[in-house]
Design a protein around this ligand. Structure first.
Ligand SMILES: Cc1ncc(COP(=O)(O)O)c(C=O)c1O
Length: 379
């Protein structure tokens, strides 16, 4: 089967470096190389490093550091990849075959929509419920996860809702996966991007059906290094490594070295603290702006992630709205339709305040033109 276009990613890669205001991001404002040196990365030493191939599943040093985040693991449980997205892709390749079923929550980042379908797997979606703080719709979940399901994908904290699953919800998901014999792929790349609440617990360790993916791109604020990883049962990880050999061989050598600085426990805490601080700083102005449209936008309280996923009170399709904002205001945001849920927009809040303010002003200029917008009155 032909590979379907990854709509959101394609729209971003076409426009994010072209528009004047890119508010389509989902991670926190990126860390610079200088900031990484301030955390202890030795640039001088790196200058003399021969730029050969690196260990293809991640250097022992990096994997050893990562084992500290996942209790009970050794380096054979971990594979370092080119971003979280490569880890997700490898997991889908290994867990699924043509004719298998996969369950996918919506709304979602939607990376694992295209690849499984391209090799003949069937996807059953289950919705997260806006009216109950984005808790999974459990009836929908039970329907989507059946005896035929080989893989269930969850992003927690979730992109795009920012919601965090309760412990009970986590247990319920894991139990269902165990009952039907499916693997659970828990994409945890937003752990550490909580604004006020405590750190989101990992699914790791809840069952031998759990595979966790994560990376440096969101809560750490270092997407440019393209470092991600998976944590899973050793035999599963070994199979993923075999796929990895064929695709990219392994991660970039310098990125592996720099990643060691980022995931070192004290630095990880510093980077998470930086993320929290940026989110705190930006929250008030974001909410004031959203509320300034007199109820046109509705949203759940912010929990995690550098974005808001907001419902808007208009019949205009989200893609049309986003296109107008893009072409008339040189500003990019994400339409809900690209994330599996129409009637919503995802707007970034992880940048510098002045930049975000001007981006929002431009978005607002197009919202003002909608016939449904009646300021301060009924909609
Ligand atoms: C849930 C989720 N997983 C994975 C990715 C991709 O991450 P990476 O840049 O580490 O490949 C994203 C990017 O937006 C994401 O939102």
């Amino acid at each position: 089967m032909k590979m379907e276009t990854f709509e959101m990613e394609r729209m971003q890669s076409t426009w994010e470096n072209v528009v004047e205001y890119d508010l389509s991001e989902s991670g926190i404002r990126a860390v610079s190389l200088r900031e990484l040196t301030e955390l202890g990365f030795d640039l001088e030493e790196a200058m003399d490093t021969p730029l050969g191939y690196s260990q293809s599943n991640g250097t022992i040093e990096l994997r050893e550091l990562l084992t500290e985040q996942y209790p009970g693991t050794s380096i054979e449980n971990i594979e370092v990849t080119n971003g979280t997205s490569e880890a997700n892709y490898l997991v889908a390749l290994v867990a699924l075959q043509g004719g298998d079923d996969m369950a996918l929550e919506v709304p979602n980042y939607m990376q694992l929509w295209g690849p499984p379908r391209s090799f003949g797997a069937r996807i059953n979606t289950f919705p997260l419920d806006f009216t109950s703080s984005w808790e999974p719709d459990w009836d929908g979940f039970e329907r989507a996860v059946s005896e035929k399901t080989r893989l269930v994908y969850i992003s927690n904290p979730n992109n795009p809702t920012g919601a965090v699953l309760s412990r009970d919800a986590m247990r319920r998901i894991v139990e269902r996966c165990e009952r039907v014999g499916a693997y659970l792929l828990a994409d945890e790349v937003y752990i550490g991007a909580e604004r006020e609440r405590e750190r989101t617990p990992s699914f790791w360790g809840m069952s031998d059906r759990v595979i966790v993916t994560s990376g440096l791109s969101k809560a750490y604020g270092i997407p440019g290094l393209r470092i991600g990883w998976m944590v899973g049962p050793k035999d599963f990880v070994t199979e993923c490594w075999s796929q990895h050999d064929y695709i990219t061989i392994g991660p970039n050598k310098l990125s592996d070295i720099m990643a060691r600085t980022a995931v070192e426990p004290a630095n990880r805490k510093r980077l998470y603290d930086r993320t929290r601080e940026i989110l705190r700083q930006n929250l008030k102005s974001m909410q004031e702006w959203l509320d300034g449209f007199g109820g046109f936008f509705t949203y759940t309280p912010h929990e995690a992630g550098a974005f808001y996923f907001v419902k808007y009170a208009s019949e205009v399709p989200s893609l049309e709205l986003v296109r107008n904002i893009l072409h008339r205001q040189s500003t990019l945001i994400i339409p809900g339709s690209h994330l599996g849920m129409e009637g919503f927009l995802r707007i970034w809040m992880g940048g510098k305040p002045d930049f975000l303010q001007e981006g929002r002003r431009r978005i607002g200029a197009e919202i003002e033109k909608l016939p449904e917008l009646v300021r301060g009155g009924d909609l």
